[in-house]
Each structure stands twice: as structure tokens, then as C-alpha cells.
Design a protein around this ligand. Structure first.
Ligand SMILES: Nc1ncnc2c1ncn2[C@@H]1O[C@H](COP(=O)(O)OP(=O)(O)OP(=O)(O)O)[C@@H](O)[C@H]1O
Length: 764
């Protein structure tokens, strides 16, 4: 009950110029889910507290064959298919669509349930003879997104680089392993045991010393090149896979958790090569260990076992060290994560901190966390020191044994002195290589853990197949050329949507075309959020949004208005009943197509951290947008003047989530974006409720223009703003209580009349 504004004009509505006297309304206290797909983040951050429980494994898949959307008559003849997609997920979009195409060759209609069919339980196709259903078999096992097969396939795509890596590894290791032999010979030449000119030996040494770094450079650059390419592909696939999850996936997982998949976890996989290309790590150390052992046994079968004991001891010590330090390492990492969280939270909420004088509290929290970090760092230091000293002790013991045994053999003339020197050299080579190998294994373990985290998190979700297919087609259209070039793109050659597919599937403008003339209807819609399946939020909603008219949705807080918006936006699908466009179930349409047909402007529109011009152009991300178009949209949205007054005009950066603009300015930029989108269906979810009267006037004028000729649904708590709607629908506890015009409903003296009366009294 917070807002009180001056008299507002209801010219908000197309063709209506009445002035209304009801000016006071509620202030929504609930965080209204924002619905435009660009605003997901905002919504998600508000709903992250909601957790999934017992998410059903079976659900109806909703993808469609675009062909069916071509014409109404074609749609009418389409076959219906239930897809029990459950937990099985495509490895990639390409594979997904390929799988679809293969398994559904006979299918020429969308994967929808018939009207009234329960959509979260198994529909019995046999019992329903009037509809033609097919059951799509559920894949028995859940496939991991990142698996050995995928990585091997990606690596093998770089055959040339792999061959170079192999050769440089062999040559580099040969150079490294020949060095102790040359040292021995050098010593022998020096003391005159070996009759060889010194310069010839030095020349050979020179070549070895020159070749080793050259081989290292070739090895490292090629290894990194291969791995960067693999990582690019993995990043792309993880991002895409997260992007196409159903909305409930984002209800379940925190944004930070998902971000860390793409940063921390993928970096851990990346480090497996980046951190292990050095001489004493990874493949290099492995090849050195193997080479050294062979050479040691060739040089002296008697002394080699001593070295073997040394090797095993070092490996054991390093392995024990790694195991014992794991919890300390974890604690150290956790302390750092806590510090990062605190820093992020403090600075992002700096105004709140300041307004509560919370600096002291934040500082002391920071201090205690830094202290914890310091303590775990100290513990790690002790463990590192212990590891270093024990390793050294083992090396020195082995060297002592070597000196004693080897020295005796040299004295007895059983071992040339040069070999003894070489042996000592190999001792060090083996020590470092062994240590490096164990470290690499530890890194591998970290990388496996990261892969497991990624697969587990992504594995808990369900791909929104309709969205996936639409996105694939979009991308194959937009990036046909670049995708063509890249055989390892997300759409493989075999699975890519081809122009032939496109011909079959029909033109992409179909949904928008249909939406410009067809009514949108909610038919007996029931819905429960996947996170709270036992609480039915909508209980049989029937609304018809007549084409080109304005429907207002009013009702008490929590009655389900925003939920209806979310279903219209297809963030979720009804658990029962259906939503139709021009008589056709909307689940027949890809979600990307549907997104083009629906514009949503809500209370807190989210802008992206880019320029104003770019934000407006985001309204039409599928095509090039000219500056003229942007300016025209801004003018129609009453935004041009304020944009012009900014120092950098349309190039002004709006800051994170548009924080550098005022609420009214943000709203008008969002309206310009929606104008440019030019979608036939418009949803205004409390679009003006957070504005002052001046901004509200400007925004409403812009909305008047935006609503012209569009099928519009408006949610408003302030009833003064909805009086002129063609129909007003009153919601209560998930049901429709009343429907009619303002005057109809007033004369009924029912819920709406009471709401109007309450608002009038509270204003007075
Ligand atoms: N993501 C969600 N997961 C689970 N339950 C939800 C979710 N979002 C909303 N709800 C529940 O659904 C019910 C209807 O909420 P909804 O936001 O649709 O109401 P509303 O009429 O728009 O309310 P208001 O006018 O206050 O915004 C509420 O009981 C709410 O707790």
C-alpha cells in the first residue's frame, strides 16, 4: 500500500482517452518473476532458494517438426507423439536432432499431448484410439556430456599436430636422456680415460643442448594448440547445454554454481595440459621415467634395482603427501571461495551496506575469513616443507647407496667411471620425472572431479528439446558458413539442420504470422511448479486473449497471475490442459519461434551491460539492425530525447543490468527493444508500477504505441490502469473468478468491485 500518484490517464489503452479517478494501487511486495528471456538471470536470482524435490523422471517432450506449423490445415492433420524423455539427454544438439530425425521418421507433427492428457504422467497411447500417438523409447542410460569418447574424438581431429607432438616428445626426451651419458663421457675425456677429442664431444653436447629447447617449444605449442581447441569445444558445449535446460533447472541451481562450471571446473580440465607441458610434468616426465629405467638397466643391471627402490619411495612419498594434504588444500580453496563470495556480496550490495553502516560488520567478517585462509595456508606450508625434505632425504639415501656400491664397483674395475657419473645424472632425472608424474596424476584426479561435477550438474537437468531444436536451426541458419567450415562445431555434418530440412520444416515466420491473426487461449490449464509438484498453483484456467485486443489480469497477490505469464512465455508447460494459438497447441512450435512471437515488458526489465543502442538492437537478435531502426524505436518509446542528452548518446554503456540508467529510462529502453522486436503478442507485467507519475506518463505513452494492433495481456495491481481493457480477468487462488469489462464487473458487485472499492478507500 505504498504508491500514491496523481491522476493518471487511461489512454494507456488503445483507443481510450477517459480519465480515471482511481489512482492508488498496491505495491507488489512479491518479487515478480520477470519473463522476457533476456531477463532470466534476474528472475533466477530471485528464485534460487527454491529447491527441487523428487523431480519426475518422465515428462512429455515438446519438440515439434516445424513442417506442421506451416498451415492450420496441415497442423490439423498432424500426428501426435508423446516423448518420454525422462532423464535421457542428447549429448549435443546435433546428436539430439539427429536422434529425433532418425527415430521419428514417420512423425510429421509436434510432440504434444492431446488436449486434457496428463503431461507429467505416462499417457497410454493404446487406449486413445482417436489420436495417433507413438511412444518414444526412453533411453536407458544417461549419457555424460564430457566423456572420454568425446575428448578422444576431438583430440584425434588434430592428427597433424598430434604427429608433431609425438615426434617432438620422442626427440626432446632423447636429448634429455642423452645428457647424463655425455656428462660421463666428458668426465672420462677429462681424466684421459676416453680417447676422443674434446671438441667433438662439446659439439655433440652443443647439438643436444640446442635441440632440447627446440623440441620443447614445438611440443608445448602444439600440445597447447590441440588442448585449447578441445577446451573451446567443451566450453561451447557446456554453455549450450546449460542454456537449453528447462527453466526449472535454473530454479534449482545457483547462478554462481553454473558459472563455476564454465570457469573453475573447465579450467581444472584445461590445467591438465597447460600445467603439465613443462619438462618435469605430464608426458615428458612419463617418457623420461620409462627411458631412464631402461637406460639404468642397460648401464648397470646391478645398480638399477637401487634406483628402482628410490623411484618407488619417491612416488610413495609424493602420493602420501597428496592424499594427506587434500583436505588442507580443500579447506584452503574453500576459504578463498568464501573470501570471494564475501567480497562479491559486499561490493554488489555496497549501497545497502552503507545505508546500514555495515562496513564494520563486513570488515570483521572479511578479517576472520582472511585469518582462516592464512591458517590453512600455513598448514599447507608445513606439509609442503615436509614433502620437500622427505623427498630429499630419499634422494640422498639413494645417492649414498649409489656412491658406496658404485664406488666399490669402479674401484674393482667392474664399472667405468663415466658410467658411474651418468648413473648419478640419471638419479636426478628420475627423481624429478617421478615427482612430476605423481603431480600430474594428482592434477588428473582434480580434472576427473571437475568432469564429474559438470556431468552431475548438467545430468540433473532436462534439456528443453523444443528450445534445443529451434536454437539449432537458428544457428545453422545464421552461421551456415562458419559452421560449414568447422567440422567439429556443435552441429556435426551429419546432424546439422540442412536447407533440405528447412524446406521440409517450413518457413520460420509461421508462428508470428499465425499470432498476428489468431487468438491465444488457455484451455483448462492446470499447473504446479516442478519444485513444488504437490502445490497446484493454477487449477483449470480458461482465458481467451482475442487477437489485437487488451486483456487485463488482476487479482490478489499469489493468485497465479505471474504464473500465467510464465506459461504464456513457455518458461514452463501446463501440467494439464493446453495453451493454443489460432486453435493450435503452442507446444507444436519451437520455443525460439515462440519467443519471437511474444514480447514481455515487466516491472524491472534487465538490460545487458552494453550500449543503449546494442540493448535496443537486442530486440531483433536474428538480423542486422540499422541505426535508423534503433532511433525510430527509441523515438516511439519516448527514449530518444534522454538518450540524445547522454554524453555518448546511443553508445552510452548502461552498466551491469542497466544500473547506470533510472528505472523509467530502463523501462523505455526495454519498450524500444520490444518495439523493435515487433512481436504480435505482448505481455505487460506491472510495467509501470515502479515508476513515478512523470516516468509513468512517458512509459504509458510508449506502451500505447507498443500495444497498437497486438494481442496484449496486462497484469496490474493498480486497477485504475486496467479499466479500459477489452476484458478484465480476475484471478483468485489459481482460478478465474470473473471475466468482463470494467463496467460489467462493477455491476456484478463481485470480487473485482470489491477490489476497486478497497483501492478507492485506501487512496481516500
Ligand atoms: N518458481 C516457483 N516455484 C515454486 N512456486 C512458485 C514459484 N513462483 C511462484 N510460486 C508460487 O506460485 C503461487 C502464485 O505465484 P504468482 O507469482 O503467480 O502470483 P501472483 O498472482 O503473480 O502474485 P503477485 O501479484 O504478488 O506477484 C505462489 O503461491 C508462489 O509461492
Amino acid at each position: 500500500m505504498a504508491n500514491s500518484n496523481a491522476v493518471v490517464s487511461s489512454s494507456f489503452w488503445r483507443g481510450c482517452t477517459d480519465t480515471v479517478d482511481l489512482v492508488t494501487g498496491w505495491t507488489s511486495t512479491s518479487a515478480r518473476p520477470c519473463c522476457q528471456f533476456s531477463s532470466d538471470r534476474q528472475y533466477l536470482s530471485k528464485t534460487t532458494r527454491l529447491k527441487f524435490r523428487n523431480l519426475p523422471r518422465c515428462g512429455f517432450s515438446e519438440s515439434r517438426r516445424r513442417k506442421d506449423a506451416r498451415t492450420k490445415s496441415e497442423i490439423g492433420t498432424g500426428r501426435h507423439v508423446i516423448s518420454l524423455s525422462g532423464g535421457s539427454m542428447p549429448r549435443r544438439f546435433g546428436e539430439f536432432s539427429q536422434q529425433r530425425r532418425k527415430s521419428n521418421l514417420l512423425i510429421n507433427a509436434a510432440y504434444i499431448s492431446p488436449p486434457g492428457a496428463p503431461t507429467d504422467s505416462m499417457y497410454d497411447p493404446v487406449s486413445d484410439s482417436s489420436e495417433h500417438f507413438e511412444l518414444e523409447k526412453e533411453s536407458p542410460k544417461r549419457e555424460s556430456l564430457i566423456n572420454a569418447g568425446l575428448i578422444v574424438r576431438l583430440v584425434l581431429e588434430e592428427k597433424r599436430s598430434l604427429a608433431i607432438v609425438f615426434l617432438s616428445l620422442v626427440f626432446g626426451t632423447t636429448c634429455t636422456l642423452s645428457m647424463p651419458i655425455f656428462s660421463g663421457r666428458f668426465f672420462e675425456t677429462l681424466i684421459g680415460v676416453r680417447k676422443q677429442p674434446m671438441y667433438s664431444l662439446l659439439l655433440k653436447l652443443f647439438v643436444v643442448y640446442l635441440m632440447e629447447p627446440v623440441c620443447t617449444v614445438v611440443f608445448v605449442t602444439n600440445m597447447i594448440r590441440i588442448w585449447e581447441k578441445v577446451m573451446k569445444e567443451l566450453r561451447f558445449q557446456v554453455f549450450q547445454r546449460v542454456l537449453i535446460q528447462k527453466v526449472e533447472f535454473f530454479d534449482e541451481h545457483k547462478v554462481g554454481e553454473l558459472t563455476s562450471l564454465l570457469s573453475t571446473d573447465l579450467n581444472a580440465i584445461k590445467d591438465i595440459v597447460n600445467e603439465n607441458v613443462a619438462r618435469d610434468r605430464g608426458f615428458r616426465s612419463f617418457s623420461e621415467v620409462c627411458g631412464t629405467v631402461v637406460i639404468l638397466f642397460v648401464l648397470s643391471p646391478e645398480l638399477a634395482p637401487v634406483m628402482s627402490v628410490l623411484m618407488i619411495s619417491i612416488a610413495g612419498i609424493v602420493a602420501i603427501y597428496k592424499r594427506t594434504t587434500m583436505p588442507v588444500f580443500k579447506a584452503h580453496g574453500l576459504s578463498m571461495a568464501r573470501i570471494s563470495d564475501l567480497v562479491g556480496e559486499t561490493f554488489s550490495a555496497i549501497r545497502t551496506v552503507r545505508s546500514f553502516g555495515g562496513e564494520r560488520r563486513q570488515t570483521s567478517m572479511f578479517q576472520s575469513q582472511v585469518l582462516a585462509y592464512q591458517e590453512s595456508g600455513n598448514k599447507l606450508g608445513w606439509l609442503k616443507a615436509a614433502n620437500e625434505s622427505w623427498t630429499r632425504v630419499v634422494v640422498y639415501v639413494a645417492l649414498m647407496a649409489l656412491y658406496i656400491l658404485g664406488g666399490a664397483k669402479v674401484n674393482a674395475g667392474e664399472l667405468p667411471v663415466g658410467r658411474m657419473v651418468s648413473f648419478i645424472g640419471y638419479t636426478f632425472t628420475l627423481t624429478f620425472a617421478m615427482q612430476g608424474l605423481v603431480n600430474t596424476l594428482a592434477d588428473l584426479r582434480g580434472a576427473f572431479a571437475a568432469v564429474d561435477r559438470i556431468n552431475t550438474i548438467i545430468g540433473t537437468g532436462k534439456v528443453d528439446e523444443s528450445l534445443a531444436l529451434g536454437l539449432e536451426l537458428d544457428m545453422s541458419e545464421d552461421h551456415a558458413k562458419s559452421v560449414e567450415k568447422s567440422s567439429n562445431g556443435i552441429f556435426s555434418n551429419t546432424s546439422r539442420a540442412t536447407s533440405t530440412d528447412e524446406d521440409k520444416l517450413g518457413p520460420r515466420t509461421t508462428v508470428c504470422d499465425l499470432a498476428w491473426s489468431g487468438d491465444v487461449a488457455l484451455e483448462d490449464v492446470h499447473f504446479a511448479y516442478p519444485s513444488r509438484l504437490d502445490a497446484e498453483v493454477l487449477k483449470g484456467i480458461n482465458i481467451i486473449l482475442k487477437s489485437g485486443t487488451v486483456t487485463a489480469l488482476v487479482g490478489s497477490s499469489g493468485s497465479g497471475k505471474s504464473t500465467i505469464v510464465q506459461l504464456l512465455a513457455r518458461f514452463y508447460e501446463p501440467t494439464k490442459g493446453r495453451i493454443t494459438l489460432g486453435g493450435e497447441d503452442v507446444r507444436k512450435f519451437d520455443k525460439t519461434d515462440w519467443a519471437r512471437a511474444v514480447s514481455i515488458v515487466n516491472q524491472e526489465p534487465v538490460l545487458f551491460a552494453m550500449s543503449i543502442g546494442e540493448n535496443i538492437a537486442y530486440g531483433a537478435p536474428f538480423r542486422e539492425v540499422s541505426t535508423d531502426e534503433i532511433v525510430k524505436a527509441a523515438e516511439a518509446a519516448n527514449a530518444h530525447d534522454f538518450i540524445q542528452s547522454l554524453p555518448e548518446g546511443y553508445n552510452t554503456m548502461v552498466g551491469e543490468r542497466g544500473s547506470l540508467l533510472s528505472g523509467g529510462q530502463r523501462q523505455r529502453v526495454a519498450i524500444a527493444r520490444a518495439l523493435l522486436k515487433d512481436a504480435p503478442i505482448l505481455i505487460l507485467d506491472e510495467a509501470t508500477s515502479s515508476l513515478d507519475s512523470v516516468s509513468e506518463r512517458l512509459v504509458q505513452d510508449a506502451l500505447d504505441i507498443l500495444m497498437k494492433g497486438r494481442t496484449t495481456l496486462v497484469i496490474a495491481h493498480r486497477l485504475s490502469t486496467v479499466q479500459a481493457a477489452h476484458q478484465i480477468v480476475v484471478c483468485g487462488e489459481g482460478r478465474i473468478l470473473e471475466t468482463g469489462t470494467h463496467l460489467d464487473l462493477l455491476s456484478k458487485k463481485g470480487t473485482y468491485a470489491n477490489l476497486v472499492q478497497t483501492q478507492r478507500v485506501s487512496f481516500e
